[in-house]
Design a protein around this ligand. Structure first.
Ligand code: MG
Length: 376
């Protein structure tokens, strides 16, 4: 375990800084300050009521975007400490990575993207950056949270070229082919470790996937056998948890080992060299293949389960109808979202911001308020 940062770790003192210059914090590093700003913002609190896979009210034990983000931060910090990377930065990126998600999970994002197709589209990574750069209203001197360059570039995981041209420095790597910091690369893979494993747990808990099905997945079956050898006859939820925690551990250890080797082989000695190198945070080929098989299993058996499809279909209807009503009659929007004298395109973007910011239950409430005659 490391107490000092590696030379290739991001350092608060050499951050590329904030869009609006601010005096340094007295008691915190710049990345700690970013993390604190994220935890205190409104979009972070809304994560509690946004769907990961299961709609928020379907059960109290399922992951929400908030608990998902906390799990990502936990996994990312454990790995960061082992690689002597900057824990504060991975924590800030992890906690902010899903801030731009719409209500109703991926179904909501796809529906909003369809609505916005002729108006620049909608993409949750870009929206996460928009939340922290523009939409949060907490400071007298600027819009957004004014986070450091490194946290912002970590939030922006993907970016199409046309958007990258508009965003400038923070998106330059999508045009030049460079890499972000190792902390950003790490937060991305911690996200994958978190959702693959908690979706098994939630999928089994919901009954949408069965134990017989999941044992077809090599990674699960291997650790399930190990659990049986240690605790013969163990069953039920304890067997699932003992198996899933071994899987998480195996993925984390593989990532630490493989990334250590890749960093050593690349010989990087600074963040600039990391940026010019190939991606260095990675699973071994064997573990990558097993993780991909697990992802495929979840896609086929959970994310495309007919009951999940029904939820997605209802979500699409809610988002589509909200969007078309607000577009046809912007006077139905709360005053802060009505653009007086702005362009029609700017009004569409405002509507997308309003819908994307909704929690699942707020979106359903808005839907009822607009369309349910019983509510009149
Ligand atoms: Mg995520």
């Amino acid at each position: 375990m490391h107490t000092e940062l590696a030379p290739y770790a991001a350092q608060s003192q050499t951050s590329r800084g904030r869009l609006h210059a601010e005096p340094p914090s007295v008691a915190r590093s710049e990345f700690q300050r970013d993390r604190d700003r994220i935890i205190h913002c409104a979009a972070f609190r809304r994560l509690e009521y946004k769907t990961q896979v299961f709609v928020n009210h379907e059960g109290d034990l399922f992951r929400t975007r908030l608990t998902h983000s906390l799990e990502v931060a936990q996994i990312a910090r454990s790995i960061a400490r082992n690689l002597a990377l900057n824990e504060d930065l991975v924590e800030a990126i992890s906690l902010a990575h899903d801030l731009g998600h719409t209500p109703f999970g991926h179904a909501g994002q796809d529906a909003l993207n369809d609505c916005m197709r002729d108006h620049g589209g909608f993409e949750h990574n870009l929206q996460s950056l928009r939340v922290v750069d523009v939409l949060e209203e907490r400071y007298g001197a600027f819009d957004g949270l004014n986070l450091t360059f490194e946290t912002r570039e970590g939030i922006l995981k993907h970016c199409p070229p046309n958007a990258a041209c508009e965003l400038g420095d923070v998106a330059r790597r999508f045009l030049d082919g460079g890499q972000p910091t190792l902390e950003a690369q790490l937060a991305n893979l911690a996200d994958e470790i978190a959702y693959n494993n908690h979706d098994i747990d939630d999928g089994l808990r919901s009954g949408l996937i069965t134990l017989e099905q999941i044992e077809e997945v090599d990674l699960y079956a291997r650790y399930r056998r190990e659990v049986e050898a240690v605790y013969p006859g163990i069953g039920g939820r304890r067997a699932i948890h003992e198996t899933v925690r071994r899987m998480i551990n195996a993925l984390i250890l593989d990532l630490i080992h493989t990334s250590t080797e890749r960093i050593r082989a690349a010989g990087v000695a600074s963040v600039d060299e990391v940026r010019a190198s190939l991606p260095l945070i990675a699973f071994s080929d064997a573990m990558r293949a097993e993780a991909d098989a697990l992802k495929r299993f979840l896609l086929e058996n959970l994310y495309r389960h007919y009951l999940v499809n029904r939820m997605s279909s209802r979500a699409r209807r809610v988002i589509n109808q909200l969007f078309s009503s607000f577009s046809a009659e912007p006077i139905l929007l709360p005053p802060g979202y009505q653009l007086k004298g702005g362009s029609q395109e700017a009004q569409y973007r405002k509507i997308a911001d309003y819908i994307a910011g909704m929690t699942d239950r707020y979106a359903m409430r808005e839907y009822r308020r607009l369309f349910d005659v019983e509510e009149m």
